[in-house]
Design a protein. Structure first.
Lengths: 109, 150
């Protein structure tokens, strides 16, 4: 298994309109590069999280294309601007098609 | 010249000073790899103060090196950064990752962790909405290989 721990998100539950707020995301994943060999000499196939998307009220607000040189357990800290109340949706796509998601409600006052 | 104790000592200290000077700044001995990066992005990147790339100058573990990248832009529809791409020219796979930003919604400031296989320059290229490619680089000395084959 490449997924070591389900994703986690730290984001505020409510923010004042126009404010900038911080979001931190983490997913436990080995990020197998495809460059490593097992002890019997066979290549361990690549299996990484290749894309991360954060949607705010249905619109893509922040995204990342990941390659092999992202460290295991990909962590991102980024900043969004509060416009209106809505859902923050987070989505991690893995090689082979698996998708891991998480959602948080955001109240803008 | 006779091999006296004094001559041996003088020669030894001179060699020591030479090697110490060489070891002190490994960044000078390496190319920054900007030509490799420009080959990948297919454009000429201009070094700019508007791109902030922060990494430790020396870090013990190449498998998880913290990186902060930020771009000085108001993020309005008229003036914003579309993408920021990170490169490690001396890694086995040069591209590290690409951050995508949206005007009005996100701020161009991100922290993450990367793998580095050997001491090298890390390069960030910010692609602005007017088509400009702005570059920043930082030399990082890692003590272990973050991309092992075992």
């Amino acid at each position: 298994m490449s997924l070591l721990h389900p994703p986690r998100v730290v984001a505020p539950a409510s923010v004042a309109a126009g404010e900038v707020f911080q979001v931190k995301t983490l997913i436990g994943h080995s990020m197998e590069t495809g460059l490593r060999y097992s002890p019997d000499g066979t290549v361990i196939p690549r299996n990484i999280i290749n894309r991360f998307v954060c949607r705010y009220d249905g619109k893509v607000a922040f995204s990342v294309d990941l390659h092999e040189a992202v460290a295991a357990n990909p962590f991102f800290e980024f900043y969004l601007r509060a416009t209106k109340s809505g859902v923050l949706e987070f989505e991690w796509s893995e090689d082979g098609g698996a998708v891991y998601t998480l959602a948080r409600d955001l109240v803008v006052t | 010249m006779s091999v006296s104790r004094r001559n041996v000592l003088i020669a030894g200290s001179a060699a020591g000073a030479f090697f110490a000077g060489g070891v002190r700044d490994p960044a000078l001995a390496l190319s920054d790899g900007a030509d490799i990066v420009e080959g990948i992005i297919g454009a000429t990147a201009i070094e700019s103060d508007r791109v902030l790339l922060d990494l430790p100058a020396a870090f013990p573990n190449g498998a998880t090196v913290p990186v902060l990248v930020a771009v000085d832009t108001p993020m309005t529809t008229a003036d914003h950064v579309r993408r920021v791409r990170l490169f490690a020219p001396r890694n086995p796979i040069v591209e590290i990752m690409t951050f995508g930003f949206e005007p009005e919604l996100s701020l161009p400031r991100v922290s993450a962790r990367i793998r580095l296989s050997e001491p090298q320059y890390v390069i960030a290229v910010a692609e602005m909405n007017d088509g400009a490619a702005l570059l920043a680089k930082r030399f990082v000395e890692v003590a272990t290989n973050g991309c092992p084959s075992q």
